[in-house]
Write a new protein. Structure first.
Length: 228
């Protein structure tokens, strides 16, 4: 296992049902924010990191995403006939990712501030951590209505609770994925195992973050980018 991850998984397979009519004819990662697709905003951070392997999982409107991502050098993990959720999707993509641990990143958020991936890379400590999640204090989020997913102690070790929102970027050891018998499952199951072993950590993002899960999130994200 390498100390610093050299592979990244982009989650791009979802149906985007909360986006309503906007995703009737295209996948959510191709919805434009400030003149370019959501997934391209994520790829800017990925390209700065420059990992050896970049993989995206595809399911809904896979042909459109394939046409957009393949010329950019992104390897494609097609989920068919069924979508595999985050845990199952990551496990299916492991042969393409090759290395362990890996970065993962969602493609439906806008970050205003430093690159969350390079921040994670600098803080990663595999001796203490099985996963390091980039989290945002609720006061620094835009378009997010929840109270948060985690609380952290002074060392960054986290438990379930209110205060920090998981932003959709992390470093994760993938060994535990093989233990789950189901084909489709959430990474929350793996996180719960890490929680039980006190091996789940968070890094607090110093900038702002916008959830683009609903149509109104587009204008909020564009406003955020205009302020940068």
């Amino acid at each position: 296992m390498t100390r610093s991850p050299d592979a990244l998984m982009l989650f791009a397979a979802g149906f985007g049902t909360r986006m309503g009519d906007l995703t009737k004819d295209r996948p959510k990662p191709l919805i434009e924010v400030a003149g370019k697709p959501l997934i391209d905003h994520a790829l800017e951070f990925v390209n700065e990191l420059n990992p050896q392997h970049v993989v995206a999982n595809l399911h809904y409107r896979a042909d459109q995403l394939s046409a957009h991502l393949a010329p950019k050098g992104v390897l494609l993990s097609n989920e068919a006939p069924d979508i595999l959720e985050t845990g199952g999707g990551l496990r299916a993509a492991l042969p393409l990712l090759v290395t362990n641990p890996v970065f993962t990143m969602n493609s439906d958020a806008i970050w205003a501030g430093p690159n969350p991936l390079t921040l994670l890379q600098s803080a990663w400590d595999p001796q203490r951590m099985d996963a390091l999640l980039m989290c945002i204090p609720t006061s620094q989020t835009i378009g997010h209505t929840g109270q948060g997913d985690f609380i952290a102690d002074q060392d960054g070790r986290i438990t379930r609770g209110h205060g920090l929102v998981y932003g959709g970027a992390q470093i994760l050891k993938t060994d535990g994925l093989q233990a789950f018998p189901q084909k489709a499952f959430s990474l929350n199951l793996l996180w719960d195992q890490m929680l039980d072993q006190d091996r789940l950590f968070a890094l607090e993002y110093p900038g702002r973050w916008c959830d683009v899960g609903r149509p109104e999130g587009i204008a909020l994200a564009e406003g955020l980018l205009a302020d940068v």
